[in-house]
Structure formats: C-alpha cells, structure tokens
Design a protein around this ligand. Structure first.
Ligand SMILES: *Cc1c(COP(=O)(O)O)cnc(C)c1O
Length: 402
C-alpha cells in the first residue's frame, strides 16, 4: 500500500484559550487602539512590549503592525536614506528586500552557503559597500555571529536582525535578535506566535528606540510606552521623526501575550517534530540534510534539505511525486517565483550581479513547514514519503552510485 499524508501544511494550532478570553475582554470594552485606555488602565500592547523586552533581555521593545514594518522602521530609525545601499541575504523572503526598497534604499545581496547561512566571505568582500546589514536568519539558520560581527564592526556596519524565523532561537546562549543593533520579529500566522499580522522590534539604544516609537505612530503619547526610554530622549527626536503609522492594537497584543509565555514549550515541541523528520531523511541518497551548528539553539518550525546538482527536471519530478502523496515541498530553484518562494534574481527592482555559487545552492533547496498540528507520527510518515520519492527519482535519473 502506498502511504499518503492528509494533514495541512498551513494549519497552525488554535489561539490558546487564555488568549481568546483576553481578546474577548478587549472586544467587550472596545478600546482596541493602543492609546485608548481607561484611567489607570495599562494597554495590552504596552504590557506585551514589557514582556517582549523581558523575554529577549532588551532594554526597549516596540510592537508594530507587521514584521516587514518592523524591518523598515528599523532602517528608518537608523537613518537609512533613499539611495543608500543596504546589505542583505540573497536567500531570504520578499519582505526583506521589500523593506529596504520601501525607503528608496538599494538592497545589495550577499550569497548563501551550503549551511543556508549568509556567506561571510562574500559579506567581507562587500562590506565596504554599505553602512547597514539587514541580516535575515532565513529559516532559522544562524551563521557564526561572532565572525559576522567582527566583519561588520571592522567595516562600521550596523546590523539589523530579521528574526522572523528565529523568535525563541539563540546563538551561544544569547537570544536571536540581540546580537545586532536592532532585532525584528514577526507574529504573522506562519511564524512562532500568531496574531494574524504583527511584529516587534527590540534594541538597547535609547535614541533608536525613541525614533522607532515616534515612527510607528505614537503622536506625542510616547509616555504610554513602558518599554521605551524616558521623555528626555523623545525631546531630542520628536521634532524631526515622521509618523509613519504602523502600530499594533490591543486585540493582537492580547492574543500574543499568552503565546509568548508558552514560547519555550512550543519550541521544544517544534524541535521534537523536526528531529523526527531529520532522522527519517538522513542517509537518503542524493539528499543533504543541513547539520545545525551546535552553538545555535534553533526553532524547527520548518525543515530544509538540499538536492545539490540534480539534473534539470528531476527536482520538479520529486515535488510532483511528493505532492501526489500529500507532502507539500517548496523549492527555491524554480524559474519563476511561486507562492512564498522567490529569490534575489526574482526581485528585478534590485538588480544584482549573478552569484553562481549561491545559485547552485538555491537550485537545490527544498523547504517544508512543520506546523505544530502535525504529530510526531505524521512527521515520520512525511519523512518516509520524501525518502521514497527522492530515492525513486534519484534511481531513475541514473545518478545512483555516482
Ligand atoms: C514573514 C517574514 C518577514 C516579514 O513578516 P511579515 O510579518 O509577514 O511582514 C520578514 N522576513 C522573513 C524571512 C519572513 O519570513
């Protein structure tokens, strides 16, 4: 009998009951706007920011409308101007170069290694070209952060971390998002906490924090923030920082607070699922499992493998065969961007020199979500299906034994 998987790769868990209760209470009192508070009331959004600061160990935190907004807000808070060049990953998702382009700044793409991390040699080679690196920890693969910071410090580059896939992850014990000047997170449905849309940014720098608060649309109500610097800092920035509205609201904040409290436990559940798939795929001929650097604590909310140097046409065949058995794989090597998968050469508003070494990696990347609605048994089944179908196409391609 041919096994089939019938679960949904896009179905997340429900919002925890505690979050539903908190959301209902916000709906019942009607004060959804973060600055709409009753006397003595502290807004859910302000409480959430305090909790985000505590969770990450940052001095300041700001909740915003989306992860992409957090990224653009971070660049604005750093003073990036139209025409400025901003380094970023060639292997990332569209909102990252999009955030750079939203300021009229120009993305400069840095290559990807077989570990799916930013190519630090390529970064060193391009370091003279920009004053900011928007570092995307794409799919949770963390590079050697000490070496990255060495390169960036030497070149005077400030680092903004895109932690859309690393909320809850660490590098050498420090939470992801705390190595650079600003850390940005997303709470969009497919990330590690789910408010539909939403995001945060964290920083230790008071003037950056004050600018970000003003940028997010605080009017002159910044004193309602509890994870923000004191009024004297706002005095320095309030006349020359535009309001580019992108606030979070109390409904989303109410949903998120219990999810953040549960994050550590959720990470363990993701990683248990990840390890089942990884173990099931290890040793599949033609398929490379990405070994995670033990210095990093990752969140296995998705898994990537490489089918390196497979002949033309064979990877689409793997995708078709897996899909026919209910297993949805995404591929970063298609000629045309599809769904969430696009790559640096699809972003034609930001032309780049070709990067053949990165192209070889991108052509081989298979990517799969692991929502927590999957059981570990589901994960074992998924791995058996991928293993069988990769094996069948590999055999048929005549590469077996090569
Ligand atoms: C989702 C995502 C973002 C942006 O988050 P949104 O909340 O959807 O704006 C940024 N970077 C990466 C890598 C993402 O996957």
């Amino acid at each position: 009998m041919t096994e089939r998987f019938t679960g949904s790769f896009t179905q997340q868990e429900p919002i925890p009951e505690e979050g539903i209760e908190a959301a209902l209470s916000v709906l019942r009192h009607g004060r959804l706007h973060r600055y709409n508070t009753a006397p003595g009331e502290i807004a859910e959004t302000a409480l959430l920011e305090e909790e985000v600061a505590a969770l990450t160990g940052a001095r300041y935190a700001l909740a915003v409308a989306s992860g992409g907004y957090a990224l653009a807000c971070a660049l604005r808070a750093l003073g990036v101007k139209p025409g400025d060049r901003v380094l970023t990953n060639a292997f990332t998702l569209a909102p990252v170069p999009g955030a750079i382009a939203s300021l009229g700044a120009v993305p400069v793409f840095v290559g990807v290694t077989e570990a799916l991390t930013i190519d630090l040699d390529d970064l060193a080679a391009k370091a003279g070209e920009a004053g900011v690196l928007m570092l995307s920890h794409m799919r949770g693969h963390l590079c050697d952060m000490a070496r990255l910071l060495e390169i960036c410090d030497a070149a005077g580059i400030r680092v903004v971390e895109d932690c859309a896939h690393t909320m809850g992850a660490t590098w050498e014990g420090l939470p992801s998002g705390r190595h650079g000047v600003i850390g940005c997170y997303s709470t969009q449905t497919y990330k590690h906490a789910n408010s539909g849309e939403g995001g945060f940014l964290v920083t230790d720098y008071e003037e950056i924090a004050a600018r970000a608060v003003m940028l997010s649309g605080s009017y002159m109500l910044y004193d309602r923030h509890r994870a923000a610097p004191g009024p004297e800092v706002f005095e320095r920035v309030k006349y020359d920082t535009p309001n580019i509205s992108g606030r979070m609201d109390n409904l989303r904040a109410a949903i998120l607070r219990p999810q953040l409290r549960a994050l550590v436990g959720q990470v363990a559940r993701w990683n248990a699922r990840y390890h089942v798939v990884e173990q099931g795929l290890r040793g599949t001929p033609g398929l490379t499992v990405i070994d995670r650097d033990p210095r990093g604590g990752f969140v296995g909310s998705s898994i990537q493998v490489l089918l390196l140097d497979w002949p033309d046409g064979t990877i689409p065949e793997v995708l078709r065969r897996c899909a026919a058995r209910g297993v949805e794989l995404k591929w970063f090597g298609g000629a045309e961007p599809a769904g969430f998968t696009s790559r640096y050469d699809s972003w034609r508003y930001a032309p780049s020199d070709p990067m053949p070494a990165s192209d070889r990696i991108l052509r081989g990347i298979l990517d799969m979500r692991l929502p927590l609605t999957f059981s570990e048994e589901d994960c074992a089944l998924i791995a058996r299906i991928i293993r069988a179908e990769v094996g069948a196409v590999w055999q048929a391609s005549g590469r077996a034994g090569s």
